[in-house]
Design a protein around this ligand. Structure first.
Ligand SMILES: [Zn+2]
Ligand SMILES: [Zn+2]
Length: 154
């Protein structure tokens, strides 16, 4: 399992392999030492049961999708389409726009889910079984506030 551990101080994302299970890592952004606690399930890539950064047990699942990539496809598609439209080739313009939207859909649909920690926003990727529910705004509000109080951000 690959983990992006989120630094509580500066929010930098630090890649960690759960199989190595280091007891602590140093943040590349602010130099802070982060102690990590890996559960057996994390090490074995079986499940995400407890967060190595904040020890929270609440997670949600979302698509592993970089919004920037999707936007680029749409923008490039729209520009190409506008070019053809300007040349008076309406049909080509519409089909270019259509395929851009379609590519977006296909890419989005093929992406795997990743698990995210509600409290510290660390991310988990691997072959483990996804058991966490979808994102819930109310849960996020409550848990983020609790976490930020704990690490002294508020
Ligand atoms: Zn940091
Ligand atoms: Zn966490």
């Amino acid at each position: 399992m690959q983990i992006i551990a989120r630094c509580p101080k500066c929010d930098a994302g630090l890649p960690v392999s759960a199989a190595d299970a280091p007891a602590a890592i140093k943040c590349g952004g602010c130099g802070r030492d982060m102690p990590l606690t890996f559960s057996g399930a994390l090490r074995a890539d079986r499940a995400v049961d407890s967060c190595p950064v904040c020890e929270g047990t609440d997670f949600y699942v979302r698509k592993d999708f970089d919004p920037k990539v999707g936007l680029t496809v749409v923008v490039v598609g729209a520009l190409t389409s506008a070019g053809f439209y300007w040349l008076g080739r309406d049909l080509i313009a519409y089909s270019v726009l259509g395929s851009a939207a379609l590519i977006d859909l296909v890419v989005y649909g093929r992406l795997k889910d990743l698990t995210v920690c509600y409290r510290c926003h660390s991310e988990f990727r691997g072959a483990y079984e996804r058991r966490a529910p979808a994102f819930d705004l109310h849960t996020a509000d409550v848990l983020e506030l609790e976490y930020e109080r704990r690490i002294g951000r508020r």
